[in-house]
Design a protein around this ligand. Sequence first.
Ligand code: EPZ
Length: 453
Amino acid sequence: MPQEAENIWDKKVSPSPESEPVQIQAQKFGMDKIRIIGGRRLEGTIPVSGAKNAALPLMCAALLSDQPLHLTNMPSSLHDIRTLSAVLAALGVQVTMPKEHDFILQAKLIKSNIAPYDLVRKMRASVLVLGPLLARTGYAEVSLPGGCAIGTRPVDLHIDGLKAMGAQIVLEDGYVKARAPDGLKGVHIDFPKVSVGATENLMMAACLAAGETVLSNAAREPEIIDLGECLIAMGAQIEGLGTPEIRIKGIKKLHGAVHSVIPDRIETGTWMIAACLTGGTLKLKNARLEHLTALIDPLEEAGLKIACEGTDIIVHRNGRPLTGADIMTAPYPGFPTDLQAQFMTMLTLCEGSGMVTETIFENRFMHVPELCRLGANIKVHGHSTIIRGVEKLKGAEVMATDLRASVALVLAALVAEGETVINRIYHLDRGYENIVEKLRACGADIVRLSGGE
Ligand code: EPZ
């Protein structure tokens, strides 16, 4: 019998009262599983963690200054945060953790300009060191991240933008090798496609470039605004955050700052969908509903009641059966691709049918066959899926394929009849802090099991 597993980060990443460097250890992902007995309503309070996708670029911003960047409300126990800490440490950044959700990152000296394959392959977001490292030192070598489960995910927009700013870039031995010995220069970059990562990378690089950079067709995600606000706190001159045109006036040096990471809108949305699906009432603490406007209408259409109390969001189902709704993912302020799998899971039990269209990534329906194994009726037609509601899902053994697909399976298991075992849940550890504990506190019958396949 597999044993209930300990949360490895609880042990390895305990907060360091003396502000010692964070112990960046090899990640023992293991092959832990989650077992859920479905059918319990969720009732209770879930504290929402700091946003992973805001925290990652914010950590990279530390490369732009020799002074300390103090980040609070960090989702410290996430594997992705650990992986990026290791990448930054390899470059010479001192990463310390004075409190559980606080990180201090100081890049006093850059001791290496190379982000190696071994670390970058674990997490694509490592490519976000490219812009700031190049801008600060004039040289950066970053391993090409390669494809991933949700699509090919090229980084051409990052590279083209830096080239336009005067960098000489070659792709050699699987690495992006970028050189700008005389520094980067401000230019007008009109992105042919909206990219969160490219906007972040170039916004950071532009802070230390000579002259003004204009980013047109820039991403408008709350995480971009959060990064921009932190950079402004570090002395950067940025205008137009949250609009498609961001203007950055380069300066010679940035200084340290203290910045609080925004609450995770994708985690928040995941729990809102969970309440709608399970029929319970959840209070989501420290959340920002204004970051989830595209989710409100379809969730209300499906039957969710949403109220705000200060920074808490309270959600419950209206007592009637779930109603089908249609969504199409799009860059912010559109429906987030990172909530597509969860929303689709909710539709599996709706009355009638719903349609989900994915426009951001070409391969983000990996959860479909797994949901079908639980009894869902989903047909894929190119970039769209038709979900015809079924009366019930039935527990089975399933496989997590990427972060959001994994949490979608957790949601499905919460309402499936009987036992569901989800394999390969290391994906969840990349992006959801204490998910088992958070759900168990709201009444879910959920346990983490250690062990092989
Ligand atoms: C960010 O990825 C997020 N990651 C993703 O979250 C999220 O799904 C995605 O934005 C879209 O919202 C982080 O913030 C760390 P993009 P990113 O560049 O920046 C294409 C999660 O589950 N593209 O906006 O990599 C790309 O292939 C994750 O937390 C190019 O063609 O996404 C995609 O089709 C996964 N060339 C589209 O643009 C490029 O150079 C949008 O990607 C860059 C991107």
